[in-house]
Design a protein around this ligand. Structure first.
Ligand SMILES: C[S@@+](CC[C@H](N)C(=O)[O-])C[C@H]1O[C@@H](n2cnc3c(N)ncnc32)[C@H](O)[C@@H]1O
Length: 298
């Protein structure tokens, strides 16, 4: 399973996985804004005194690139955003440039991380970062090998993959059968399996991320996880994120869920229903992301 960024996705023909990433800009940005402190903390942990050039592959709405730019604002350097979707790249770069101080140069490269062209288009960096991207590539091991090849000797590749799926709801909502969230997440797991299996050229990655990184030639591989924890009662931003998460899950349940569960989700999403989730003060947002770090041999 991927790290739960809290959503299944709208579908289009724009990418290997058939997902319409440009349509998700608003949601990706919402997540970045909700978790700005956590992203800053992570960037502070990853950027060291020797870090002069960072490449963020699959930069999404630019939240992590912004955090990198802030972390490098003292010593200066370059942050390069790489994404396959030009609309996302432009919007993300605008955010990063607005936040970066005069010491940090911000660049963009439109490239497909599933193609070896990436290696011609992007120069090596001290820190190559990819969050929730590799699991969208048909051949994940090849994707990791490619990212590892972008790391300067002695530099690091950091992948954010895996962790715990997002949870937002009490077990018994008082409407429908208890345990709704578990059933929705099971449906999501099935959707994910089919999304991967349906990619042209899909290759299974039959090992964990640490082993795949070691296989990619990296050394001293280690992992840690961080929590995203917004306990009840929710703020307006948490409400928005919960509603988005639930409406996206609804699309998936539409295919795999029971009629009774669909009806419950519809009530939870209906602002006119007494069971509207936006009127509850007991929803929350809790997830964990795992960060895998490997060093390129000097
Ligand atoms: C789940 S989002 C993650 C965004 C951001 N890294 C984050 O963690 O919030 C996946 C990102 O990877 C990009 N992406 C997906 N497939 C890609 C590919 N083959 N090449 C380059 N970028 C890709 C998408 O456009 C999107 O920006």
């Amino acid at each position: 399973m991927p790290a739960s960024h809290g959503y299944p996705y709208p579908v289009s023909g724009h990418s290997h996985d058939g997902l319409d990433w440009a349509a998700l800009l608003g949601h990706l940005r919402q997540n970045d804004e909700l978790n700005v402190d956590t992203l800053r903390e992570l960037a502070g942990r990853l950027v060291g005194p020797q870090t002069r050039r960072v490449v963020d592959v699959g930069s999404g709405a630019g939240g992590m690139s912004t955090a990198f730019a802030e972390a490098m604002s003292g010593a200066g350097g370059t942050v390069e955003l790489v994404d396959g979707v030009p609309e996302l790249l432009d919007a993300a770069a605008a955010c990063v440039r607005a936040a970066a101080g005069p010491q940090v140069e911000v660049g963009t490269v439109q490239a497909d991380a599933a193609s070896d062209e990436l290696l011609d288009l992007v120069s090596r960096a001290d820190l190559v970062f990819a969050s929730a991207v590799v699991h969208h590539l048909p051949d994940q091991q090849r994707g990791i090998d490619r990212l590892a090849a972008l790391v300067n000797p002695g530099g690091r590749l950091v992948l954010v993959e895996g962790g715990l799926e997002q949870r937002c709801l009490p077990w018994d909502l008082g409407v429908g059968e208890p345990g709704l969230q578990q059933r929705l997440l099971a449906a999501w797991g099935e959707w994910f399996r089919q999304m991967r299996a349906g990619m042209d050229g899909a290759v299974r990655l039959p090992v964990g991320w640490n082993r795949a990184m070691t296989e990619g030639g990296l050394t001293d591989v280690y992992s840690f996880s961080y929590l995203v924890d917004h306990p009840a009662p929710p703020t307006d931003r948490v409400y928005e994120a919960v509603l988005h998460w639930l409406s996206r899950l609804r699309e998936i349940v539409g295919e795999w869920g029971s009629e009774a569960d669909l009806d419950t989700v519809d009530q939870l999403l209906d602002p006119d229903s007494p069971n509207y989730v936006g009127g509850r003060d007991d929803v929350f947002l809790l997830t964990a992301h795992t960060v895998h770090v490997g060093t390129a041999p000097a």
